[in-house]
Design a protein around this ligand. Structure first.
Ligand SMILES: C[S@@+](CC[C@H](N)C(=O)[O-])C[C@H]1O[C@@H](n2cnc3c(N)ncnc32)[C@H](O)[C@@H]1O
Length: 233
């Protein structure tokens, strides 16, 4: 079996060195103001929609160079932000420091197995936006879902964006890449980033739903898997 996250790390490293922020979030402006404002508004929408209150501890899976991490650092007392690509994580550190937001953020380099260092039931919010739909190793995605379920404290929320399991989403991936390369002159996505497809049943099962409410919210080509740990009785 391929190492869980090395393949992803290498391809993201290459792409980030070549295209910078455009590798991570090509649909928002890459100047600092537009970039971090987009992260802030996206986090506000997610928190409101999935009823994730501020405060406590947050985990961000695939933090990139900090587009949403800065906003998480404002909203939560403590943030663990994880990414597989060293150069991207170093840029996240620089961006947090430049914004004076590094104090309550712990950066973790690696994949899903890094989350084992956090105790069960210790996290209030887990976020993964535009990451898991690109992960090419099924066991890695499943471990992220299982770890999210394990980490949540009663009442905590995990908002995990996955690929919608349908054929037209696969066709769209190919078209989007063609537009990137021929229309926008951006580097092509690595084919492995078309990720793995999980069914709703597989995803629900992986989160360990016995202690949580799990919602599956299809939103076009992406689906939000939202796990809300039941309050302690
Ligand atoms: C499209 S970017 C999104 C970054 C950020 N979530 C945002 O919305 O701005 C995807 C990020 O996920 C990271 N990534 C890819 N595979 C990963 C994995 N297995 N574990 C953790 N991070 C991963 C990449 O290095 C990259 O920084």
């Amino acid at each position: 079996m391929r190492h869980r996250s090395r393949t992803d790390a290498e391809s993201w490293e290459r792409f980030y060195r070549r295209a910078g922020r455009l590798a991570l979030a090509s649909r928002v402006g890459s100047d600092d103001y537009s970039y971090f404002t987009s992260g802030r508004s996206q986090l506000a929408e997610i928190a409101e929609r999935f009823r994730a209150p501020p405060g406590g501890t947050a985990v961000e899976i695939g933090c990139g160079d900090g587009r949403m991490t800065l906003a998480l650092a404002d909203r939560y007392d403590r943030v663990f932000a994880l990414d597989v690509a060293p150069t991207v994580l170093a840029a996240c550190r620089d961006n947090l420091q430049a914004a004076g937001r590094a104090g309550n953020v712990t950066l973790l380099l690696g994949g899903a197995d890094r989350l084992a260092l956090l105790p069960a039931g210790s996290v209030d919010f887990v976020l993964s936006a535009t990451v898991l739909q690109h992960v090419s190793v099924r066991d890695e995605v499943l471990l992220y879902l299982a770890e999210s379920g394990r980490l949540l404290r009663p009442g905590g929320v995990a908002a995990l964006q996955l690929r919608t399991p349908r054929l037209r989403s696969r066709v769209r991936d190919v078209l989007v890449d063609a537009v990137r390369v021929f229309g926008r002159k951006l580097p092509a996505f690595d084919p492995s980033w078309r990720g793995v497809v999980l069914t709703e049943a597989e995803a629900r099962h992986a989160t360990g739903r016995d202690r949580a409410e799990v919602s599956w919210l299809v939103n076009g080509h992406h689906t939000w898997l939202v796990v809300t740990a039941r309050p302690a009785s």
